[in-house]
Design a protein around this ligand. Structure first.
Ligand SMILES: [Zn+2]
Length: 408
């Protein structure tokens, strides 16, 4: 039988603001923090519980017994009012997590809100300063061991550097304006890890880092985003903030194994690790390779890019769940392991092809500077021979030139 307090709680849950999780926005929350006065989902409830009852006291709306005073507290506060307090000064560059985001992001968001109260006290937001220094574990380029490296972020210099020995020259200098940072915990095998993808002498390079402390990795992630947003604000002063936020680093739209054939009919199907990073569909021998084996640029559908399901044609051999990615230069024959996997790839690639190009989609990242017609780049750091890149459509090349002027 539904008791009086449970009925009151279910009524409160219908109020606008209370009908989604106060922390991640998931619909129909069925837990609550009764000292904070918020309705939350199960995943966020477990994070609240891990902070300790001195921060947050958690109960299930239906399975636990509620005191009158606790229900009263829920009535007095509620999600909207709590948001106004605990999210008062969230900096625009901060990535607010949504449902299904990586655990480290959601957990640190919740701890930042209620444990550290960072958004009530902006002076606690060390990541907005444009500079950061500290140590991260970095995976070796040639071997799989992780070593401690000092990293230094400097927005003014447009660099993220790392040092093997603290007082010696940096081992690597990453250009901040050409850097993407993504959480990829499953692939890296560490909860608090990030993948840094950037251009080095015209070649895409990946670096994998982690830190045992989730707060530290989250802080680095936000610091890179904040520095990039400041740069964009300078480069595009007329653009709205919401427009610029769309250009900040994103996690990969999809990653996984696919089979791929070469350009000739006699080429065998080979298993490759594919990563869709914005408009760049990269493939690798192994998930944690330092360099992609190749990249397929996905332009706009109006420029001759399309995706289709087909079992044959264009030199493709029979494969289990094949599909074709067609670019103006070449048709790529790929195949997924399962029907569901193929459907997932078709959906994200289709969305990419339909999305209008922005100037930043077409930064010079795919081509060496001053050579907009090139479609073969030498791999300076890899002995496996030249890497083919799709030739860009003229419109893309024009956008590149436009962006190069604004954003370099
Ligand atoms: Zn939630």
């Amino acid at each position: 039988m539904v008791d009086h307090n449970e009925r009151l709680l279910l009524e409160l849950l219908k109020k606008s603001g209370n009908n989604v999780c106060a922390d991640c926005g998931a619909e129909d929350p069925d837990w609550a923090s009764y000292n904070l006065g918020i309705f939350i989902c199960m995943r966020c409830a477990s994070i609240h519980r891990s902070m300790g009852a001195h921060i947050s006291k958690v109960k299930h709306l239906k399975l636990d017994r509620w005191e009158d005073s606790q229900v009263q507290r829920m009535k007095e506060v509620g999600n909207s009012q709590a948001k106004a307090k605990y999210e008062y000064r969230v900096p625009p560059c901060y990535r607010r997590p949504v449902r299904n985001d990586p655990q480290v992001l959601i957990e640190q968001w919740i701890r930042a809100k209620y444990e550290r109260e960072e958004f009530c006290h902006p002076e606690r937001q060390s990541y907005v300063s444009g500079t950061m220094e500290g140590f991260l574990m970095k995976r070796g380029k040639e071997d799989s061991r992780y070593q401690l490296r000092k990293f230094i972020l400097n927005e003014t210099d447009d660099t993220l550097k790392y040092h093997v020995k603290e007082h010696k020259e940096p081992k690597g200098i990453l250009k901040l304006s050409e850097l993407n940072v993504a959480f990829a915990p499953q692939k890296i095998g560490h909860m608090n890890s990030m993948q840094l993808t950037f251009l080095k002498d015209g070649t895409t390079r990946h670096i994998y880092v982690y830190h045992e402390d989730p707060e530290v990795i989250n802080c680095w992630y936000m610091a890179i985003r904040c520095a990039k947003l400041h740069q964009l604000q300078v480069a595009f002063p007329a653009a709205s903030e919401s427009e610029l936020l769309l250009r900040l680093p994103k996690d990969f739209a999809r990653e996984g194994w696919l089979w791929k054939t070469g350009p000739r009919a006699s080429d065998a199907h080979r298993r490759r690790w594919f990563t869709l990073d914005n408009r760049k569909l990269m493939y690798h021998d192994e998930p944690l390779d330092a360099y992609p084996k190749g990249e397929i640029y996905l332009g706009h559908e109006s420029n001759g890019y399309l995706i289709k399901v087909s079992n044959t044609g264009n030199g493709c051999k029979e494969a289990r769940f094949p599909f074709h990615v067609v670019t103006p230069e070449r048709t790529y024959c790929l195949a997924a392991m399962t029907h569901e996997d193929r459907a997932g790839w078709l959906a994200v690639i289709q969305q990419t092809l339909k999305r209008p190009l922005t100037p930043q989609d077409s930064t010079s990242k795919y081509l060496p500077r001053g050579d907009p017609g090139a479609d073969v780049l030498p791999r300076r750091h890899d002995a496996r021979g030249p890497r083919r890149l799709a030739r860009r459509h003229t419109a893309d090349a024009q956008a590149t030139a436009h962006t190069a002027r604004l954003y370099q």
